[in-house]
Ligand binder design. Sequence first.
Ligand code: ZN
Length: 203
Amino acid sequence: MKIIGVGRNYKAHAGELHNPIPTEPILFLKPDTALLKNNDDFYYPDFTKDIHYEIELVIKISKEGKFISEKYADNYYDEIGIGIDFTARDLQDKAKAQGLPWTLAKGFNHSAPISEFVSKKNWPNIQSIPFGLKQNDVWKQQGNTADMVFPVPTLIHYISTFITLKKGDLIFTGTPAGVGSIARGDVLEGYLDNQKLLTCAIK
Ligand code: ZN
């Protein structure tokens, strides 16, 4: 399986990092070794001094498809979840300054904690779901999928034009404003519509 991330898909987050609003989706990949499941602990690695949390709605692809039209995109996923796109911001800033890829800043081991997945049927409209992140019991990110620059059908259409989507692939759909640094001892909690689905302790 593969993990596809979407950069700058919420205007307020693009703004807080002083990035322009994109005119086409900005995509990156994380390897399957980035996954961190079952609310396991995250061990802070030595190669970075500034990992940021980014809470994101995650789409789990349910069948193979390419050149998927926006109209039929809903047929390609049944379940959604919540995930954290851990980003080594110091490595990313260095890469950005040199025009180099974000691979290591985004794809390091366990940089993608994910929750259990739940049926999308719980929500009549994928573009109207509140979600958020608490750090040590304090709300840090509270977003709504209504604010995506590129909504889910557009992402599925765009990605599948270039890259075949397969069953089990995950799409991290971008983070709202409020990103920040993590430290050893932190507990992060991810919420999908007031339901806590994800816990990640930083060791
Ligand atoms: Zn992200």
